[in-house]
Design a protein. Structure first.
Length: 389
């Protein structure tokens, strides 16, 4: 069974790592990895492959940056002849980035069945490009693997055939658990001069709604500056945010490296971190502030308080079962909610159902049991929705 797995961005890499490892355990599967090149710099791409022990991709499309339309079109244009040549039985896509949508569209128009990992998540905010990617990818996929029960309700409400749906758990948590011995040994604390019990917060930002409008970003930074009077704030900066911060010019900047033994106060901007360093840093944080969906999930399992700087979340299980609260981006509220959380941290109630490190195993087992034998509509015809144990 030839399965082409396609990834293009940091969250994709985390999700494909356990999937690819599991597929390689089965002699009956020939896994082929294609990197679209949506994230292409050394930290956002190469280092994640190294940290997550992912083999170099068989093919790199080298798409690079661009508008949503250009990026989506370039993936489709470059991917189509490759899929025609490879003629796989299945194309597997993960997450909600432009590469996910473009790859699914290309495959389904060629009559190749598509499996979507992390299907059914909804923010119900169509101003988010990722929401459009989710909706379209789920509508054209043949097998949908769900990480939480809200996804099941969403897809049934949208009229997706329940026979296509499988609640399997969360592959991001597979990666978190599988690589725990490595991220626990990260040298990031020594490189930043952090003592074992040093209090600090971590912030990540990358959503256009937060970082593309200078006034919005400046308001968030002002809130972080005020909060940093209570504890230092570490800010690993996404590459697309760095030019904005440099223009605003009122935050400290430090590149992690040997010999940096004096940890400063305030908001400290760091160059982007690899997967192991990022998880390690979050694992000991007093508080994480983010607009990332994946980090909402990771902090839920780490038991670290998380404040989501958005008006919504497509991962409600991180609120009902985890340590996450959705607070928006109003600067006054950011400060109030952060101080309240530091004083009264939430108590984790245990991981959500099936977030047990075995999601990849369940996914691969289902793919083997329901191997595609014909056009997309014939791929899954024998079982109704199942929660897989």
């Amino acid at each position: 069974m030839k399965i082409v797995t396609i990834a293009g961005a940091r969250p994709n890499f985390v999700k494909i790592a356990p999937l690819f490892q599991e597929m390689r355990r089965h002699a009956s599967i020939t896994p082929i990895l294609i990197h679209t090149g949506q994230h292409y710099d050394a930290v956002m791409s190469d280092r994640f492959f190294s940290d997550l022990e992912i083999q170099p991709p068989h093919i790199n499309l080298g798409v690079g940056s661009g508008s949503h339309a250009i990026q989506t079109a370039e993936v489709m244009r470059r991917l189509e002849p490759i899929l025609i040549s490879l003629s796989p039985e299945l194309v597997l896509v993960v997450g909600d980035v432009n590469s996910t949508l473009a790859s699914a569209l290309t495959a389904v128009k060629l009559g190749i069945p598509v499996a979507h990992v992390e299907a059914g998540l909804r923010s119900f905010d169509r101003t988010m490009p990722e929401e459009i990617n989710r909706l379209v990818t789920d509508a054209i996929s043949d097998v949908l693997f769900l990480s939480e029960e809200s996804a099941l309700n969403n897809l049934l409400h949208e009229g997706i055939d329940k026979e296509k749906l499988h609640l399997v758990g969360n592959v991001m948590i597979d990666a978190l658990q599988w690589f725990k011995p490595r991220w626990e040994r990260s040298s990031i604390f020594w490189r930043l001069g952090l003592e074992v019990r040093s209090p600090y917060a971590v912030v990540t930002l990358h959503r256009p709604s937060n970082v593309d409008e200078p006034n919005t970003l400046l308001n968030i930074l002002n809130a972080l500056q005020e909060l940093s009077r209570n504890l230092p704030i570490l800010f690993p900066v996404h590459p697309r945010v760095k030019p904005q911060l440099l223009r605003l010019g009122h935050v400290a900047w430090m590149e992690p490296g040997e010999g940096k033994r004096c940890f400063p106060q305030g908001v400290v901007c760091l160059d982007p971190l690899g997967y192991l360093d990022c998880i390690a840093l979050m694992s000991r944080a007093r508080l994480v502030l983010t607009d990332s969906g994946g980090i909402q999930e990771e902090t839920t399992v780490l038991g670290v308080p998380c404040l989501t700087l958005r008006e919504n979340t497509e991962r409600p299980v991180t609120v009902t079962h985890g340590t996450n609260r959705v607070i928006g981006s109003d600067p006054g509220r950011i400060v109030r909610e952060a101080l309240r959380t530091l004083e009264h941290p939430p108590h984790p109630s245990g991981p959500p159902p099936l977030w047990d490190g075995r999601a990849a195993e369940r996914i691969v087992r289902i793919l083997l049991e329901h191997r595609p034998t014909g056009p997309p509509q014939a791929m899954v015809t024998t079982n109704s929705f199942t929660q897989h144990s």
